[in-house]
Every structure is written in structure tokens, then in C-alpha cells.
Design a protein. Structure first.
Length: 404
């Protein structure tokens, strides 16, 4: 079975620990990193742990058994858990964890992408709601500038098979996307983030009132919202080439089709179509596993837009479908891509001080609050026009790239 060289894994770990964390600056001596990975990713876990220790940090390891067909622990939980167990929330442990850590790294390495296929989606949604306070504690600490996180993947045979690639081909996409084929990947990332920064600053300076997204698969209007800015190059995902914002959910109108499948809750959902009115999804369809999509949208505030994102094809080195949202929402290709997320908004799209803001403050500005955040991706052609506050219009994105 193919495995990347130790040198590649060393570079990969260095990018994550000494660049992606800390919003592009890496960790500092004395800080604590929670490192979550599955046993199949052990070679990478070892390199990540070394990178933290070499940088003077401490590791809180969360090393987990991977799901297998004969040992499907995720499904077993839902099969065996009674109502009290489904609602169990270790508040003291998780609150202490958030208080303790400065950074979090999660390594996705699916060995069974359909582990939850036969689980009632209502149970999964209910568990997501139970853990919402944990997300809120993380967000609060992040808003104070005291916590950062990132997600990356370690390729497995199951992931490669689902994407129709060999394991080596799949790893080659990771290596290219993260600049691990370059002498100094961190330097390459800093150059990309500098370019992304130029575009997100230009977008934020435009004083956009509304966005109109038009294409063969989309006709959608979105209100930018008050005190908004565009975000990108934060290090939260590795890799990440997107530029995004969290618009005012209350004014979304129109429809969109999404040509990329969504892997979620142990299922693959294909051919998604959404229609919005007064900011809410009023019609949702899917060619495959529509039931799962509808159940997700029933979750509290999961029928509203939390994020709108565009990827410029000139930045991304991802050229193939990967079957992982982390990569597919950053794919290049002839049309770049756009995605929206149903569910929670990102507070850092607020153009001001994030610390100390109340739930009412975010609600009044149209930032959506939900336990769910589901990215849905399209790579079909689209033109994005900004309607500015002075009434003029400007095309900001066309043919897969920004026009600024």
C-alpha cells in the first residue's frame, strides 16, 4: 500500500503546526495543541506530535480507532445508545478542555465513508444539537483571539476508491494542493495568502449591498449585510484557497443546483437543488438520499445560509474530485467553484471587534446560529455581480476568477 515519504509527512506537519495554526503564524512556545487523529494515520500523527514538541508546545493527544466494516464504532453507538446516552454531554470535561487548549488539529482519514448509512438521520441531528454548547465555547474563545484550529486529511484506500483514484494519485493531489512538492511549502503558502489577502481586501472595500449569482445552475440574490467583510487565508483548513463571507441570511432569494456530491452523515447526497425565499430554504430536492438532506434542513436554523464562498482557479492546485468537502470546496478547474453553507455563520466575517458580543448582537445583524454547518459545492459556470451601496454594479467574479 502506498504511503508518502517521511520527508513529505514532515513538511505536511510543519505546514499545519508552524503555519496553519495561529492564523498563518504557527504555534508559540508554551501553547497547548489538541491533536485528534485515527490509528490509520499514525505515521502522520507521529510527525505532527514531533512538530508541536520541537516548537515548544504541549500535546493533548486524542488518538482514536478507525471505523471498519467489522468494527463500526460510530454506528454501534447509535445502535446501542438509549435516549439518555444520546443526550449525554460531558460539560465539565469539554469546558475544561476548551479552557486548556490554545489550538486544535483534526486529521480526517475515513476508512468507512458510509459508516452511518443505516442510522436514522434524526438521531444524528439530535446528537449534533446536544454538542452545540461545545461549539459555542470554542467560538467564544476564538472570537477573543485565544484559540485557532485547522483540519487536514490523511489519505486512505477508502477515500481514494470513492474518488475513483489510486491511493498514490490521491496523495499526489494532497501533495500538490499543500505545496509539499516545493522546497519550502510555508513560503509558498505565505505567497498565496498574500494574493488572497489582496483580493479579500478589495472585496471588503467595495461596500457591497447585494450579490447576484447567475449561471446555468444558479439564479440567487444574497444580501451582504451590515458591517461585513470577506475572509480567507486564515489557516483553518489545509488546504484553503477560498474567499468567503457570512451574509445576512434573512434576504436570500432564488435557487441553486449543486453538481458536486455531498458526503454527510454516512451518506452520499447527489443532485442537490435548493430554493430560497425570505432567507429560508422553501424547497429542497436531491436525486439521491433526499431524505437525509431534508432531515438535515429540519435541524434548528439549518435552512438558512451561513456562508457564501468563491474559489479562484488561479490559486488552487486541486485538479480532481476528491470526495472530501475540504478539497472539493477549493477545487480549481475551468470555472473555479462556489459553495454555500447551510447552518452556522462565521463571526470573523464581521468587520469589527469580535470579543464580548452577545447572541442578540449576532442575531440582529443576520448572522445565523446553528449546530449544523454543511458546505454544498458547485463547479458549474457562474457570474457574480456586486450591487454596491451607491446603486452601481460591478462584476466581481467570472470564468472562475475574481475580476478586481
Amino acid at each position: 500500500m502506498y504511503q508518502p515519504s517521511q520527508k513529505i509527512l514532515e513538511k505536511y506537519a510543519n505546514v499545519i503546526i508552524n503555519f496553519a495554526l495561529g492564523g498563518g503564524s504557527g504555534i508559540k512556545k508554551g501553547e497547548t495543541v489538541r491533536l485528534t487523529a485515527y490509528d490509520i494515520a499514525k505515521p502522520f500523527y507521529v510527525e505532527l506530535r514531533r512538530a508541536v514538541l520541537k516548537s515548544g508546545g504541549s500535546v493533548l493527544g486524542n488518538y482514536l480507532p478507525a471505523d471498519e466494516r467489522k468494527m463500526n464504532l460510530e454506528k454501534e453507538f447509535y445502535d446501542l445508545a438509549d435516549e439518555n446516552q444520546l443526550k449525554f454531554f460531558p460539560d465539565k470535561f469539554l469546558k475544561g478542555l476548551i479552557d486548556q487548549i490554545d489550538h486544535s488539529v483534526f486529521i480526517d482519514s475515513d476508512t468507512n465513508k458510509f459508516a452511518l448509512k443505516d442510522v436514522d438521520p434524526k438521531k444524528i441531528m439530535a446528537t449534533s444539537q446536544v454538542f452545540k454548547p461545545f461549539k459555542e465555547w470554542r467560538d467564544e474563545k476564538e472570537n477573543k483571539g485565544k484559540f485557532t484550529w485547522t483540519i487536514a486529511i490523511y489519505a486512505t484506500e477508502a477515500m481514494a476508491k470513492e474518488a475513483g483514484l489510486s491511493l498514490k494519485e490521491y496523495w499526489n493531489q494532497i501533495i500538490k494542493a499543500c505545496f509539499l512538492d516545493k522546497h519550502d511549502p510555508v513560503k509558498e503558502w505565505k505567497n498565496v495568502y498574500e494574493k488572497i489577502g489582496e483580493y479579500k481586501n478589495k472585496l471588503s472595500e467595495l461596500k457591497i449591498e447585494k450579490l447576484r449569482i447567475i449561471g446555468p445552475d444558479v439564479d440567487l440574490k444574497i444580501n451582504m449585510g451590515e458591517k461585513r467583510k470577506w475572509v480567507g487565508g486564515s489557516g483553518r483548513n489545509m488546504p484553503s484557497f477560498e474567499i468567503f463571507t457570512s451574509p445576512d441570511w434573512r434576504c436570500a432569494e432564488g435557487w441553486a443546483k449543486f453538481n458536486q456530491p455531498l458526503y454527510s452523515y454516512g451518506n452520499i447526497i447527489e443532485g442537490i437543488e435548493l430554493e430560497f425565499k425570505d432567507g429560508k430554504v422553501v424547497k429542497a430536492k436531491a436525486k439521491k438520499n433526499e431524505k437525509v438532506l431534508l432531515e438535515m434542513i429540519k435541524a434548528e436554523n439549518a435552512d438558512k445560509i451561513g456562508e457564501f464562498s468563491l474559489t479562484d482557479k488561479r490559486f488552487s492546485r486541486i485538479t480532481k474530485f476528491m470526495g472530501e468537502t475540504l478539497y472539493d470546496e477549493n477545487m480549481g478547474g475551468p470555472n473555479g467553484n462556489f459553495h454555500i453553507a447551510l447552518g452556522s455563520s462565521y463571526h470573523d466575517a464581521f468587520g469589527g471587534n469580535l470579543s464580548g458580543k452577545t447572541k442578540e448582537f449576532w442575531r440582529n445583524l443576520g448572522f445565523n446560529d446553528s449546530a449544523i454547518h454543511t458546505d454544498i459545492v458547485s463547479t458549474s459556470p457562474r457570474t457574480v455581480t456586486a450591487i454596491l451601496k451607491n446603486g452601481s454594479e460591478k462584476i466581481i467574479y467570472k470564468n472562475g476568477q475574481f475580476c478586481l
